[in-house]
Write a protein that binds this ligand. Structure first.
Ligand code: HSE
Length: 414
């Protein structure tokens, strides 16, 4: 595609984001991008766009030679997989926001782009409006990243904020996140940490060139958080946030996990409220950097989709430079000691032999807790880790140095 070539778009999905992108493109004629057809599931629904644009036949878009870009904005990951892979095979460029589908099939999607010499862009899949992927891909290419730590799910951050600041119940806060269009249509993906781990999987590809599957990454969401955890956090002046982490622990090892985390007020993530997302980058030379913006919702997500569409005009594609490069071959490792807080009911059995050391034990007729160091390897193995009555919260303090720079910063500067 040459610069400013006309983009003829087949839009698939007309939900929160699909309709948003339709509206935005109507208002951005300079982009030289036209929506030729829109594929929807239910023909009978009333839509805010001319009737003749709509079809329920997805093949009529995928087989249409005049369409050179498919913008896929549906939330069914299996259907999205079929659409995106067919579109790439049919030599169409694709823009997608489907993090679940992308995280599950990264390896194949990389291959299909290469084989068919087309581009698949998905900036909206990670942190909504914040340009995270292009940043990791381009800006940090020559600057080794020490760490990525971020609030990457807007719904859980919205729920945690509303519970803390307005005393809303978990159920009511979740309902609001759904009504505002932040939550996935299956909100379990948000609250169980699956959405965050899908996003972290994509981050690992662009930050470190690691192709992995979401299920290999240690993760836990916010469903098991107990009111005593909130009380503990308030006493210590922590905010509980769901944090996705990737950090370099060695020349060739990366540790990655998603856990509810006690965040201290000196950490930027502490101050991120509602559906906002934020990412702290620990960089070898630049030290700490912070990216902040809306992570969910119609127009923030449309903004990232629009940026991808615009990038296609000048042939932009992710080069996956770190995946191809031989300079640094990183591997995931769970060989990392983490300081955690575990709270549990009287009758729960917590086998403490998984811990390396225990710093604090608190037993009370309502709820017990332990604070100690455990390796991620052991945490993953511990039977109580997936028990829904047991809370596991990481500490984001100097003990873990999750968001601070690692040894490399010092080594380089000394
Ligand atoms: N459900 C997602 C979130 C939408 O709350 O962050 C944006 O990816």
């Amino acid at each position: 595609m040459t610069e400013n070539k006309k983009l003829n778009i087949g839009l698939i999905g007309f939900g929160v984001v699909g309709e948003g992108i339709y509206n935005v493109l109507q208002q951005t004629p300079t982009l030289n991008a036209t929506i030729k057809k829109i594929c929807i599931k239910h023909a009978s629904k009333k839509r805010n766009a001319p009737q003749e644009l709509f079809t329920t036949n997805v093949e009529s878009l995928l087989d249409d030679d005049s369409i050179n870009v498919i913008v896929e904005l549906i939330d069914d990951a299996d259907a999205a997989y079929k659409i995106v892979t067919t579109a790439l095979r049919n030599k169409k460029h694709v823009v997608s926001a489907n993090k679940k589908m992308i995280a599950a099939h990264l390896q194949e999607l990389l291959m299909l782009q290469k084989e068919n010499e087309v581009s698949l862009l998905y900036e909206a899949a990670v942190c909504g409006s914040i340009p995270v992927i292009r940043n990791l891909e381009e800006y940090y290419d020559n600057d080794l990243l020490n760490s990525f730590s971020g609030i990457v799910n807007g719904s859980t951050n919205f729920i945690l904020t509303k519970m803390k600041e307005e005393g809303l119940s978990y159920e009511n806060a979740l309902k609001q996140a759904q009504q505002l269009g932040f939550a996935e249509s299956n909100p379990a993906l948000d609250v169980e940490g699956k959405d965050a781990v899908n996003k972290l999987t994509i981050v690992l590809q662009h930050a470190y060139g690691i192709t992995t599957k979401p299920e290999t990454i240690v993760h836990k969401g916010i469903t098991q958080l107990h009111r005593s955890d909130t009380k503990y956090a308030a006493e210590k002046n922590y905010n509980i946030k769901l944090v996705a982490n990737a950090r370099r622990i060695d020349d060739d090892k990366i540790v990655a996990f998603v856990l509810p985390t006690f965040v201290e007020s000196k950490n930027q993530l502490y101050h991120i409220r509602n559906e906002f997302n934020g990412v702290l980058i620990g960089s070898k030379l630049a030290d700490e950097q912070f990216l902040y913006g809306k992570g969910a919702g119609r127009y923030p997500t449309s903004s990232a989709v629009l940026s991808d569409i615009a990038a296609l005009r000048y042939d932009y594609k992710y080069e996956y430079k770190k995946t191809k490069s031989n300079a640094h071959k990183y591997q995931l490792s769970n060989d990392f000691l983490l300081k955690i807080f575990v709270s549990f009911n009287q009758d729960a059995e917590i086998n403490v032999s998984f811990f390396d050391s225990i710093e604090d034990r608190y037993f009370n007729k309502n709820r017990n807790h332990l604070v100690g160091f455990i390796s991620l390897n052991n945490l993953q193995k511990a039977d109580w880790f997936n028990d829904e009555t047991v809370s596991v919260i990481a500490f984001d303090g100097d003990d873990n140095k999750i968001s601070t720079n690692t040894f490399l910063h010092e080594t380089i500067l000394n």
